[in-house]
Design a protein around this ligand. Structure first.
Ligand code: ZN
Length: 486
């Protein structure tokens, strides 16, 4: 008889990894403190020599604090440490993009149109290609790399109307262990959804969305968003079924556009004559709730704000897109008055977003600068660096209802970090080194002199996926054959 040898495994030892350097994160909402351009520094915490220790199996932070204190503990004595111990670096929570379009990596920087013509001329033809699975995988790798290259570790994204566009993107994000919320676009209205992209029927879009939701929502770090493109491209039947789906899945997201462009708003008025406003269209079909994220909201009336406040929905502020497409200037100041806070039962949430490809940059740090400019022009009040930083980190996490997982540092939080290089070019190096070491000043220069190349390293679940301008190649292997799992 052949002896059966049962291998014995030692008790699992947690593999730990430490990230050490100057740490910065938001600890509270600066919009609750002041909105007059002043800088509420008490809303961020800075540790000059801090450390984050992440369990590589769970991807979660197990210790966080002053490096001298944490690393002296017996249990962390032998932990391997990635050191960024220089004023050149700033370690921040992974950035969070509250509204972006995966297929629009192919149309970013398209010339000369405003929203409705821009969709017809550039976006719809590009999105029509996303029914092809190998093509989707190749594009998904580009998209996710652009996010990570810019320190973005979580995004809420549109896909196209094809199931393949969601499956391909989710499969790639899953390989990376990345937190991502995505959804298949619903668009079935004959006059405005072109033949190449139109849903066969409202029922088909409902069934396919439901299938994808069941497949991806809550799988690891992935979540699903019910995604009607906007009121104009959907029939009443489709919006009704989207609302039904939302009701059936209370934890799913609803993701759409609202009040972006004046011609768009007029058209919505004509298509939905029984609704007193654009926002009322989504309200009527039960699409507004805590986990509803509506992009833009530039031209909202008081009445429309009151609906969003009552529902506790989130607004995605997309400054680069709003100026690029000539849509208008979002009022941060007005939104701040409508925000949820501890003393108020109702209120909206606000997060920052790139809206690529209407938006012109994947970098949320650059988007912070553009948000500042929009506030200067529209409100006449500067958006402080503390407010801008909050909108791209903790505020964005609150908008997406995931602030207990990402957006700030803490024990039990997921280990998503971005290491900002404040010396990534000669001008930045010069300017930041002669500047005040004050953290608000440093964040403001980080915004103002931002661009591609700002990020020295990106961590997803405690693993360094991007470093030295390069990706960990094993994470982006060709999609077939499927990688083996242990
Ligand atoms: Zn958009």
């Amino acid at each position: 008889r052949t002896a059966i040898i049962t291998p014995s495994f030692p008790a699992a030892m947690a593999v730990l990894k430490a990230v050490r350097g100057r740490l910065l994160h938001a600890v509270s909402n600066p919009f609750h403190v002041r909105n007059d351009g002043g800088i509420p520094k008490e809303c961020v915490e800075e540790l000059e020599d801090g450390v984050l220790i992440v369990d590589q199996d769970t991807g979660k932070t197990v210790a966080f604090g002053e490096a001298s204190e944490v690393l002296a503990r017996e249990e962390y004595k032998d932990v391997s440490v990635d050191e960024y111990c220089s004023t050149q670096y700033l370690i921040i929570p992974g950035l969070i993009d509250c509204h972006v379009h995966f297929p629009q990596v192919d149309v970013i920087g398209a010339y000369g149109e405003q929203l409705l013509q821009w969709l017809q001329k550039y976006t719809f033809p590009a999105e029509a290609k996303y029914g092809d699975k190998p093509f989707v995988h190749a594009r998904a790798q580009i998209f996710l790399q652009e996010l990570l290259r810019h320190g973005t570790t979580t995004a809420l994204t549109f896909c196209s109307r094809h199931k393949e566009s969601v499956d391909g993107l989710m499969e790639e994000a899953e390989k990376l262990g990345m937190r991502l919320i995505a959804g298949r676009v619903m668009m079935d209205r004959e006059e405005f959804a072109p033949d190449i992209l139109r849903d066969g029927s409202a029922e088909e879009s409902y069934e396919e969305s439901k299938e994808l939701l069941n497949r991806w929502h809550g799988k690891g770090r992935l979540a699903y968003a019910i995604t009607p493109r906007f009121a104009i491209t959907s029939t009443e039947k489709q919006l009704e079924l989207a609302g039904k789906l939302a009701e059936e899945y209370p934890t799913a997201y609803v993701h759409t556009h609202l009040s972006e462009n004046k011609t768009e708003i007029e058209l919505v008025g004509k298509l939905f004559p029984d609704c007193p406003s654009y926002t009322d269209v989504y309200e009527k079909y039960n699409l507004l709730r805590r986990r509803s994220i509506v992009a833009h909201c530039i031209h909202l009336s008081e009445h429309e704000y009151s609906i969003l406040e009552k529902r506790g929905s989130s607004i995605a502020f997309c400054p680069t897109s709003n100026t690029f497409l000539g849509s208008g200037l979002f009022s941060v100041k007005k939104c701040a008055e409508k925000m949820q806070n501890g003393n108020k039962e109702d209120g909206v949430y606000l997060g920052l977003a790139t809206d690529v490809g209407g938006g012109t940059h994947f970098s949320l740090i650059h988007t912070m600068l553009e948000a500042y400019k929009v506030a200067q022009l529209g409100d006449g009040t500067p958006l402080s660096p503390i407010h801008a930083f909050y909108l791209a980190t903790k505020g964005a996490a609150e908008s997406l209802d995931i602030a207990d997982c990402v957006g700030s540092f803490g024990v039990g939080m997921e280990g998503d970090f971005a290491v900002v290089d404040l010396h990534s070019n000669s001008l930045k190096k010069h300017r930041t080194s002669i500047a005040d070491a004050d953290i608000a000043q440093q964040i403001f220069l980080m915004m103002t002199l931002s661009g591609t190349g700002d990020i020295a390293a990106t961590y997803v679940g405690g693993k360094r996926v991007f470093f030295n301008h390069q990706f960990d190649e094993s994470l982006f292997s060709p999609p077939s054959p499927p990688p083996s799992r242990e």
